[in-house]
Design a binder for this molecule. Structure first.
Ligand code: HEM
Length: 109
């Protein structure tokens, strides 16, 4: 998925985020692609392979303050803007991602 590849290319060079992820980004790319596909109405492969998303619980192992959430959202926003969606789809996706990133803040950094 081009959007996910672009997002992880940003993560890969970002010292605020890179340390949280495994060295090999293949699995994280697959997780995020399946999740986003499912969230936006695609097949339910994410749930079949990974179980219910429970994103807040799955992010507990990582220290996510507003700086980390902003960094994550910055790379995701770049990827969405480069994806060539309609303005309406773009706005809807960015609204959701902004809300979701905020909701996963679990620390003061
Ligand atoms: C707020 C900043 C965020 C940080 C620092 C962050 C960091 C991480 C890290 C380090 C992982 C583990 C890598 C992996 O196994 O995939 C992960 C997994 C994941 N993240 Fe995030 N994340 C953030 C926000 C989000 C948001 C907003 C979403 C959804 C809209 C999201 C969706 C996911 C999904 C689906 C997984 C895979 C969970 C699994 O199946 O194990 N993340 N995240």
């Amino acid at each position: 998925m081009a959007l996910v590849d672009r997002f992880y290319a940003g993560v890969d060079t970002d010292p605020r985020l890179r340390h949280m992820y495994p060295e090999d980004l293949t699995e994280p790319k697959a997780h995020l692609a399946l999740f986003l596909g499912q969230y936006w109405g695609g097949p339910s492969t994410y749930n079949e392979q990974r179980g219910a998303p429970r994103l807040r619980m799955r992010h507990v192992p990582f220290v996510i303050g507003t700086a980390e959430a902003d960094a994550w959202l910055g790379h995701m926003t770049d990827a969405v803007l480069a994806a060539g969606m309609t303005p309406a789809d773009q706005a809807q996706m960015l609204d959701y991602l902004k809300m979701a990133a905020k909701s996963l803040v679990n620390a003061r950094t």
